[in-house]
Design a protein around this ligand. Sequence first.
Ligand code: MN
Length: 507
Amino acid sequence: MSGPENATGMHVPEKVRIFDTTLRDGEQSPGIALSAEDKVDIALALDGYGVDCIEAGFAISSEVDRMALRRLSCMGLHADVYSLARCRREDIDAVESCGVRCIHLFIGTSDSHIRDKLGMTREQVIGAIRDSVSYSREKGMDIMFSCEDATRTDYGFLRQAYAAAVESGASVINVPDTVGITTPRRMSELIGKLSADIGAPISVHCHNDLGLAVANTLAAVESGASYVHTCMTGIGERSGNASTEEVALNLKLNYGVDTVKLELTDRVSKTVVRYTGYRPSYTKPVIGRNAFAHESGIHVHGILKNSSTYEPYPPEMVGRVRDITIGRHSGEHSVREKLDRMGVPFPEERMPALMAEIKRQSGDRTISDIELAAIAENILWKDKTEDIVRLTEFAVITGKNVTPTATVTVDIGGEQNTCAMTGNGPVDAAINAIRKAVSDDIVFEELRLESITGGSDSLCEVTVLVKDVHDDDHISAGKAVGRDIVDTTVDAFMQAINRDYARRGRR
Ligand code: MN
């Protein structure tokens, strides 16, 4: 029955069970090799998340899987622990030896699988299904049975194979779209036919080769599938499987079906990412870095007034926080929100100056929190300084086999002064030219340069100390934040000079 929050109007099963195969299909992703301990840790996270079934390995395939299965089978998990097995007695014995009582049996049923992979006839395949399902049943196992490559199997034979499995004791039939080739409509039709023809609960296993794994999974649920095979973060062979978090969130938001504890999504996905080393892409739904990142000013304004304007669901629902990125599309509202959150006091009347500075500094990149704080602080600092000496023109020429030369024009109380000087580098040339244009009494004492966040495109913070050798050797400091080392050093130097001039004026 469909619940009251079912936005689709489709009738879906009231209970949909999450059969998580992160530790089996997910682990088959190239480059992922989990130890038995890793598997146990991930299984515990998945169990806490609330998945119904955990396929923890393929018992016959490796000792690591057997160790993990053995340990998990006696840990009293809430979830049922499954092992994969081919329709062979030795595979089933291996599962039994691990103390696992839930088995996922599979055999290829498409013509290419039967002929090219198994080298069997259809009759032999049916025989193997009957034998292995009955054998597992005799051992008291709970059996999920899969026709591998089901979506490319002739329907008549598919129905025959599933019927044989159910007659022999399988409790759930699983329908794998092994190579991720089907579409939602075709999946929906297939599940509809099977649910009419076979009297057993139906499960689906969808791959993402064409980007339709989640869509196909949901289409199957709309046609009555009550188990879904998924992998946390969408890992799995080739382009991966339907992702556990996307399917679970869809079931909740679009169908009103509760499955896992969604608020643990962020934590569980991070556990899987840490062990597997598979980082999700920035744009990955639910868990990707940008899922709750807002940069455009209009969007941020809307989000801050009412988060539903540009968010389908609140980030807290999946255990995350909203991230508002400050960049070239950012507006005053997001900047104000960030400053308030970081506890940086900033006067409202200076916001236009701050916005202009952010636009000037960000260029084609985004500004991090710490850079924003530095820019804001820089503006407040500048406000405290009187502009007695202003730099009205500045150019520097530098390169290989060129003598660095700077030309400046300064305005000191309405009087223009233009000078050109060379130096050991562009910064030195600029400092020399400014000193010549302003006053020889001001000595450049020290330069401190720091990249604020690291990386060659980071903002830099320059602190300049100047000494007034005219009389008392007083030191004045200037600090500036910017993208270019030369420009920023010049800004910091001008600020130090102005502080010295202001000091002289007060004397
Ligand atoms: Mn698979």
